[in-house]
Design a binder for this molecule. Structure first.
Ligand code: UDP
Length: 357
């Protein structure tokens, strides 16, 4: 059996790290990298340090609008699908790469497997929501991390092919946390464990308008304790365009840094007092490692973390962020329910892919 996996973004590299290992124990895998993320610190570094096999094909789509990137993926993936003749195409998450992989496969009548299916923010204008809804409706195999995601799919009439397997990001966290714990972590910034906040921001809603970027700068300026902020290249670019990059450098206690690899990021997360983020993956990782999370959005796909009191939604509002940070004591480690499975989602996915044929 041949599985063609399509990846192209930082969080997909993290998710692929455990799953590609599990898949290759059972099937032939052809790995396609779309090149949606192409900066070395968002791509190559992840292949190296997470020991992901080199891609068999790269589409090199590079920068562009989502429509332009989608068009290139469709155009460049189709001949590969014809040549490789996979039995199934596997896609991850909710990016343009996800939608491109699923749509190209569906148009060639090749079954689609979607890892991290069933998540919903119910905000249709979010690019990620568009990508995940369409991908779910094109998929024959839907690998779902949570009960909430199963219910979301059922509400849309999708019950066939749904497998609740747990979350592959939890698999990755378990696999790599022991290695990450040996990294330098906060000492690289002259900070002590427990003595800082870790921040990440990359979504369109936070970076696409000058107004949103100004709010972001205000939020970062109001945290009031040492903060490590590894800046996504997209966010940096938008801040520079808006003339706000220099202002960021003047915020006392804010350590502005380039994005770091997964191991260094995990080391920073493990020792952080709290996390401030708009990232989906980082919200979950904060939960995995028992770090209080403040999410700079008004809704989240990972509702369990909020309902359990581990994650607080503040939008991009400095006062709400400050209040959430002041009040951020999560329940003790032992009280964290296994919302995201047992760290063996990848094995279950590989087994279901084989059994499905
Ligand atoms: N991450 C990283 N370095 C950083 C920031 C994040 O390795 O400087 C990792 C993080 O641990 C998580 C993933 O990137 O595994 C999340 O990706 P991102 O926030 O870009 O996307 P999202 O999860 O929102 O789709």
């Amino acid at each position: 059996m041949k599985v063609l996996s399509v990846i192209g973004n930082r969080p997909q590299f993290v998710k692929a790290a455990p799953l590609t290992r599990a898949l290759r124990r059972h099937v032939e895998e052809v790995l396609v990298h779309t090149g949606q993320h192409y900066d070395p610190e968002l791509a190559d570094l992840f292949f190296d340090e997470l020991d992901i096999p080199a891609p068999d094909h790269t589409l090199e789509i590079g920068p562009g609008t989502p429509n332009a990137q989608l068009a290139l993926i469709l155009q460049r993936l189709e001949p590969l699908l014809v040549d490789e003749r996979p039995d199934i195409v596997l896609v991850y998450g909710d990016t343009t790469t996800t939608l491109g992989g699923a749509l190209a496969a569906a148009k060639r009548d090749i079954p689609v497997a979607h890892v991290e299916a069933g998540l919903r923010s119910f905000v249709q204008s979010m690019p990620e929501e568009q990508n995940r809804v369409v991908t779910d409706h094109l998929s024959q195999l839907l690998f779902v991390p949570t009960d909430v995601a199963v219910a979301n799919l059922a509400r849309e009439g999708i019950t066939d092919g749904v497998h609740k397997v747990g979350d592959v990001m939890y698999d990755a966290a378990r696999l790599f946390a022991p290695v990450a714990a040996r990294r330098e972590g906060p000492a690289a910034f002259g900070l002590a464990p427990g003595g800082y906040v870790l921040a990440t921001v990359h979504r369109a809603a936070a970076t696409d308008t000058r107004e949103a970027l100004a709010s972001l700068v205000e939020v970062l300026g109001s945290i009031g304790e040492p903060t490590v902020f590894p800046v996504h290249p997209r966010t940096r670019h938008k801040l520079e365009q808006a003339g706000l990059w220099d202002r960021l450098q003047t915020i006392p206690g804010l350590h502005v840094a380039p994005p770091v690899g997964y191991l260094d990021f995990t080391a920073l997360l493990l020792a952080a007092r709290a996390v401030v983020t708009d990232s989906g993956g980082v919200q979950k990782e904060a939960y995995f490692h028992g770090v209080p999370c403040v999410t700079l959005r008004n809704e989240t796909e990972w509702v369990e973390t909020v309902q359990g009191g581990f994650n607080r939604l503040t939008g991009m509002d400095p006062l709400r962020v400050a209040a959430a940070l002041a009040d951020g004591t999560p329940p003790a480690d032992a009280d964290r329910p296994d919302y995201y499975g047992d760290g063996h989602a990848s094995d279950r996915i590989a087994e279901a892919v084989v059994a499905w044929r």
